[in-house]
Design a protein around this ligand. Structure first.
Ligand code: TRP
Ligand code: SF4
Length: 400
């Protein structure tokens, strides 16, 4: 129940591009081999800012899932689903909203930042203020402990941690918690109980996080604990309440080094992207017409790769030998810019080849994609339902 679990989501804002591939998707593909992973389309989150243009969400959702699959996200390894098809997220969001101080939401830095950035849009809505809380529900409902995100999302993960802590503090407290926890320790068996106590002391007195991790592992292995006792023993390690919701950690995704066609960060809003499944002809044309060091007006003018966006692409795609060839050839006017771009064009096309191949099957038969998502939603709902049972009970809603 408290095993490792990775969860991440993406808003369906349009076709994904190579920046998403190098920044996010390659990382997902790696993670799916290391942990149980859940990846989902955050369509409700898209509505928080695009509430007046709902027409794009559906198509973007399916295109995005195909982009994930094209990039190598594997539905036999990871669970892929759509947020709105797991309505338990909304229920948890509602229940958490009861205990979420308004000030906490108003202080999340993205709230004001985004309002200023998207100033053409009225974002003084209830839904937008609640954006980080909905995200917390996404994470906490799966007791996901690792959340791969970019730097910009770190405040939201921090916020989720605070919500989990507050929830456990408010609803995990039992009058006789300590006594119940001590009884549960005994149920571990003499040897395990002793080790548990030792590790608990080491964590509480010396702040030894390794001891905490070992204690978590010990509890995960213990077979004969009831759900309640397990929550108590997890909570007892750190304090005086049950751990009903798990505090997640951000798994910081390295800032993507993928430049756009103009040398700025690749981003839809800069109009400098190559989409993940862009056709070969268009890719070739885009790279051939990329601007280069403006000092190279004529073929005989020397250039400086540091002032050229094409060089940024070489940094992502080229081996040492090619990079040396560029450095030398550019600085001595030994090579021309079109020549310099050839290895980049070849590398991008080669990278995209398996993506086109994987995508084709799904384009030919969209029911494949529908089925992958239907399966994923079902799996996700089962996991979500487990947490919701505990949450309802803790909040006094266990009406049987
Ligand atoms: N807010 C995230 C983004 O814009 C998307 C998201 C929604 C998410 N729910 C999440 C990411 C839960 C990680 C975990 O990128
Ligand atoms: Fe850029 Fe290459 Fe031309 Fe130099 S030779 S300016 S690195 S494209």
């Amino acid at each position: 129940m408290y095993a490792e679990r990775v969860l991440s989501g993406m808003r369906p804002t349009g076709r994904l591009h190579l920046g998403h591939y190098h920044g996010v998707l390659k990382n997902w593909v790696k993670l799916q081999n290391e942990y149980p992973c859940l990846f989902f389309v955050a369509d409700w989150h898209a509505l928080t800012t695009a509430y007046d243009e709902p027409g794009t969400i559906e198509e973007n959702t399916w295109e995005m899932v195909i982009d994930w699959l094209a990039a190598g996200v594997d539905p036999s390894l990871a669970t892929l689903f759509i947020q709105s098809r797991v309505p338990e997220h909304a229920e948890l969001h509602l229940l958490l909203s009861m205990m979420t101080p308004l000030g906490w939401l108003e202080r999340v830095p993205t709230y004001k930042d985004q309002q200023e950035k998207l100033e053409h849009k009225d974002l003084s809505t209830y839904g937008f203020l609640g954006y980080p809380l909905l995200q917390s529900a996404d994470i906490l409902i799966y007791r996901a402990n690792r959340v791969p995100v970019g730097e910009d999302q770190v405040p939201h993960i921090e916020f989720s941690r605070e919500i989990a802590r507050r929830f456990n503090h408010l609803y995990g407290r039992e009058a006789d918690f300590e006594e119940k926890a001590r009884t549960a320790v005994k149920k571990l068996g003499a040897k395990r109980a002793k080790l548990y106590e030792e590790l608990r002391t080491r964590f509480q007195q010396e702040g030894d996080h390794q001891a905490l991790e070992r204690a978590h592992a010990l509890l995960e292995e213990a077979q004969n604990l009831s759900m309640g006792d397990r929550e108590r023993l997890f909570g007892f390690l750190e304090g005086s309440s049950k751990m009903i919701l798990v505090e997640p950690d951000a798994l910081l995704t390295e800032a993507a080094k993928m430049p756009g066609l103009d040398g700025q960060k690749m981003s839809k809003s800069y109009n400098n992207t190559i989409s993940l499944r862009e056709g070969a002809e268009s890719v070739t044309k885009k790279i051939r017409t990329m601007q280069t060091d403006p000092a190279r007006v004529r073929r005989t003018d020397v250039g400086d790769p540091e002032k050229c966006p094409v060089w940024q692409f070489h940094l992502v795609y080229s081996d040492e030998g090619t990079k040396q060839w560029v450095q030398q050839g550019c600085r001595s006017a030994g090579i021309g810019c079109i020549e310099c771009k050839h290895p980049v064009i070849d590398a991008v096309l080669k990278e995209q080849e398996p993506m086109h191949e994987r995508a084709q099957a799904y384009i030919d038969d969209p029911t494949l994609v529908r089925n992958i998502i239907a399966d994923g939603c079902e799996r996700a709902r089962k996991l979500a339902a487990e947490t919701m049972r505990d949450v309802r009970e803790a909040m006094g809603l266990n009406h049987t």
